[in-house]
Design a protein around this ligand. Sequence first.
Ligand SMILES: [Zn+2]
Length: 436
Amino acid sequence: LPGALRGALADTIAAAVTALTPELFAFAQRLVRTPSLPGDEEGAHRIVAAKLQSLGLDTRIISATAEELNTHPAFCDDGIPVERRINVVGRLRGAATRNGARDAARSLILNGHLDVVSPGNEALWDASPWSGIIRDGRLYGRGSCDMKSGLTAGIFAIETLQRLGLALDGDVLLESVSGEESGGVGTLTTIVNGYRASAAIVLEPTSLRLGLVQAGALTFRVRIAGRAVHACMKNQGVSAIEKVCRVIAGLNELERARHVTYSNPLYEDPNNVAPISIGTIHGGAWHSTVPDDVVLEGRFGVLPGESIPAAQQAFADALRRVADDDPWLRDHPPAFEWFEGQFESGQTNADEPVVGALCGAHKAITGATPVLQGVTYGSDLRLFTNHADMPAILYGPGDVLKAHTVNEFIELDEVVQATKVLALMMCGWCGVAERR
Ligand SMILES: [Zn+2]
């Protein structure tokens, strides 16, 4: 859009969103009050589907077959039957599509997941994790930040355009998906069902920064053998716990070395792009026995642009170097396996037109130049960039530090800002067809 028109439109949109805030807050609150733990997302999806239908979107409830997913290279099985993982896709049909010129205008996917992580020990929460309490401009509850409010912003951005009678040229697809936290089954389902657009915005809590790059993450298990003897004869045995210390030192050295060779200005902390972290250690049988068996589990960060096989090879090489340095480990090398989540990295170029479109809308609404960043966590961005051949951006209200925590909350002002930015961005990106 030309600058002057964008300015006028920004004001119009901002006023319309402000008028809608009571309904916007109530909708986000209703979603938070509807628990949607992995495998149990259906109730929340039904609320979204009804809302999209009421806005006149062509709304479908979709799932994928186990066969479609099992054969897909990006499928991460979280053990929950795929038939239970419904997803909602609502299509706001643009004028160009209605006239049969499907490729004539740019289209956009707004994507958000409805699954939430467990609230953990509910006794630690000030109120129920499903309270949806609004206090001092904040909405509280599991999923308020990650990421039911982001999804709500996307839905109400569409409603705002409709209230203003602004029809778009290109299509907008609102995708409400399951299973993001445990591998991305929902977004993958939309992809195998053929849903595509010129670009995607994944409405994760980024504090309204644009996330263009994400690291990947692999889950590993390492088993180290020792030789058990009575502790009083320690020197006759081999402590698997002491050998584990060598393995951990080797992995820390690998983490350091990988960050020395990798550099990407989008990351705030150059030493924390793709961390390697040990999450569990189990070993030993008795305090006075030299331990002969220890099992480590952890997370191995995949650098942006690095393939999963290359990351796995780096890990295997590091373990071999540790073993080569120790006579016992040389003869009894650590055994390892990859299990559960194996998430690729993903990236979108900063010079993609959709990045400029979103930056322009952000600046017009907030007055500030947006921050571009890389994130260290996994997300559905990678599925769009790697398996749907689409540029994708993480952008949404909420601070990721408030996600997955006790007393999770979101600042509602930021949800309102996001709604305004998304509405304006859709106008610029998809084109405004006519005033109805
Ligand atoms: Zn999330």
